[in-house]
Design a protein around this ligand. Structure first.
Ligand SMILES: *Cc1c(COP(=O)(O)O)cnc(C)c1O
Length: 462
C-alpha cells in the first residue's frame, strides 16, 4: 500500500514512512493511493468480534508490509488495554433509532485516545527497529495534547512537545497536559489561539533545517495513522446495529475534520452509511462551506466546546482532494488561496461534497439546552461536544435509519458547562480523581516560530 500527497508533489511513501513523516514535504497530507474495500460478507463477519479483532481486520489492508500480522495484533492489544470499558467504544441508546457512541473511555477521556494510543505503540515498534529517535511536536485545541503525552510518556525514542492556546483550554484539559511526570513530555502554553498553534506547527514542518535537525514527527490529525485508527469504531458501531443488512447514519462533532473523515473512509471501504453529518459549534466555517458558501476564514470565537474552535480545518484538505477528483494541483491552489483568507469550491466539487456530507451547527444556547434536555429525556449526561452532535443529529435523523452520534469526550472533562446546563456536577472516573491535587509543569511561550524552535532544540539537547 502506497501513500500519496493531497498536493501531488511529494514522494510516495509506505504506511510506516507516512506515519513517521506526518505532513508531506509539499505541504500536503498523505492519503492511501487506493482505498481498500470490504465485501458485504466481510462486514457481516465483524459482528460479535472484539474491538481489537475488528481493529486488526479493518486496518490491516492499510498497513501493508510495514508490520507483520503478529506485531500488529500485539500493538493493537497494548493500545487498548488501558481503556476503562471492555467494549472500548460502547453504544448507548438515547431514543428510538438514536444511539450514542461513547468514545471517552480511554486514559484522557476523549476519542483522541483511540488514535494516539495506537500511534504510540506503532512509533515505538517502528523506531526501535530503525534505531532512531524523533521529536514529536503537536498543536492541540485541548484533547490531542494530553492524549499524545499519555501515549508517549516514558518511551525512549521520542520527545514530545505539545503547544496549546494559553487560557483557552478547560482546567481538566490543562491539568492532563501539565501533570504527567515523564521527562520526555513537555507542555507549551502559547500566547495565541489554536489556529496560531497549528500554524506554527506547519511552519516548523516547512523549516526543513529545523525539521531534519530535530527529526520532527507529527501526530496531529494530519497523520493518516490517526485517521485510520478512527475508522475502526465506525465499523464496530455499524456492525452491532445490523450492517451490512441495515444502513446506519453518523453525526460527528467536528473541528479539524479528522473524525468525520475517518467516517468517509469507512464509507468508501463499503460500510453502508446513509448520512455522514458534520456538526459544528458557533465556529461554523465547515457548515457554511458545506452549505455552498465557500470556505472563508473568520475569527475563532471561544466556545463551551473548545476542541471544535477552529477556522482552518486541516483534514478538510483530504475531503477536497477527493472532491476534486484527486487533483493535487487544484488542492494546492485552494490552499494557497486559503492563506489569503479563503476560497470558493467549484461546482463539481460542491456536488461531491453535498452528496457525501450533510451538516448543521449548534449555538452556545442550543448546546446548553441539549445537555439539559438529553439529561431529562434519557439520563445521559453529554459533554458540550457530544451535545452539539446530538442537537444536529436530531435535525437530520430519519425514522427508518439508525443514527449514531459520536460522544467525543467524557462530561467530566468540561464540568463547568455541563453543570451550568444540567445542575449536575459530572465526577471524574475514580482512576483520575486526584487530578486536581497533582503538581503542574509547563512553559509559557510567545507565538513566535524562532522562540519555539529554540526552546525545543535546547530542551532535547539536555
Ligand atoms: C478533537 C475533538 C473534536 C473534533 O474532532 P476532529 O477530528 O478535529 O474533527 C470533537 N470533540 C472533542 C472532545 C475533541 O477532542
Amino acid at each position: 500500500m502506497k501513500y500519496i500527497s493531497t498536493r501531488g508533489q511529494a514522494p510516495e511513501l509506505t504506511f510506516e514512512e507516512a506515519m513517521l513523516t506526518g505532513l508531506a514535504r509539499d505541504g500536503g497530507l498523505y492519503v492511501p493511493a487506493e482505498i481498500p474495500t470490504f465485501s458485504a460478507d466481510e462486514i457481516a463477519a465483524l459482528s460479535g468480534l472484539s474491538y481489537e479483532e475488528v481493529a486488526f481486520r479493518v486496518m490491516r489492508p492499510f498497513v501493508g508490509d510495514s508490520f507483520s500480522d503478529e506485531e500488529f495484533r500485539a500493538i493493537i492489544a497494548r493500545a487498548y488495554e488501558g481503556f476503562g470499558h471492555v467494549a472500548r467504544a460502547p453504544l448507548k441508546q438515547l431514543d428510538t433509532n438514536h444511539f450514542l457512541l461513547e468514545l471517552f473511555h480511554g486514559p484522557t477521556l476523549a476519542f483522541k485516545d483511540f488514535a494516539m494510543q495506537l500511534i504510540g505503540q506503532l512509533f515505538e515498534v517502528a523506531l526501535k527497529r530503525r534505531g532512531e529517535t524523533v521529536t514529536i511536536v503537536g498543536a492541540t485545541s485541548g484533547d490531542t495534547g494530553s492524549a499524545a503525552m499519555e501515549a508517549f510518556a516514558g518511551l525512549e525514542a521520542v520527545n514530545v512537545f505539545i503547544m496549546y492556546p494559553h487560557g483557552r483550554v478547560s482546567e481538566v484539559q490543562r491539568r492532563q497536559m501539565t501533570t504527567p511526570t515523564a521527562n520526555n513530555v513537555h507542555a507549551l502554553a502559547v500566547d495565541g489561539d489554536f489556529d496560531d498553534c497549528q500554524a506554527r506547527l506547519k511552519d516548523m514542518f516547512n523549516d526543513f533545517e529545523f525539521r531534519d535537525g530535530v527529526k520532527l514527527a507529527g501526530v496531529n490529525s494530519i497523520n493518516f495513522a490517526r485517521v485510520l485508527a478512527q475508522v475502526v469504531y465506525y465499523f464496530t458501531a455499524a456492525a452491532s446495529l445490523g450492517a451490512p443488512l441495515r444502513k446506519v447514519s453518523f453525526t460527528v462533532p467536528t473541528g479539524n475534520f479528522g473524525d468525520i473523515f475517518a467516517g468517509f473512509i469507512a464509507k468508501q471501504m463499503g460500510l453502508p452509511i446513509d448520512q455522514l453529518v458534520v456538526a459544528t459549534n458557533q465556529n461554523d466555517i465547515l457548515h457554511r462551506c458545506l452549505s455552498g458558501n465557500g470556505y472563508h476564514k473568520g475569527d475563532t470565537i471561544p466556545s463551551i466546546s473548545p476542541s471544535m474552535d477552529i477556522q482552518v480545518s486541516s483534514n478538510f484538505e483530504r475531503a477536497l482532494f477527493y472532491a476534486y477528483d484527486q487533483d493535487g494541483a487544484a488542492v494546492a491552489q485552494l490552499m494557497d488561496e486559503l492563506k489569503n483568507g479563503g476560497f470558493e469550491v467549484s461546482q463539481g466539487a460542491m456536488e461531491f461534497l453535498s452528496a457525501t456530507f450533510a451538516s448543521g451547527r449548534a449555538s452556545e444556547e442550543e448546546t446548553l439546552a441539549t445537555i439539559k434536555s438529553e439529561y431529562a429525556d434519557s439520563g445521559e449526561l453529554l459533554c458540550p461536544h457530544g451535545a452539539v452532535g446530538v442537537k444536529v443529529a436530531n435535525e437530520h435523523r430519519k425514522s427508518d435509519v439508525p443514527m449514531i452520534t459520536l460522544a467525543t469526550a467524557h462530561p467530566a472533562k468540561f464540568p463547568a458547562a455541563v453543570e451550568k446546563a444540567s445542575d449536575v456536577h459530572p465526577p471524574l472516573p475514580s482512576r483520575m480523581s486526584d487530578l486536581y491535587e497533582r503538581s503542574e509543569r509547563l512553559t509559557r511561550i510567545s507565538n513566535d516560530l524562532g522562540a519555539l524552535e529554540d526552546h525545543i532544540r535546547k530542551t532535547i539537547a539536555q
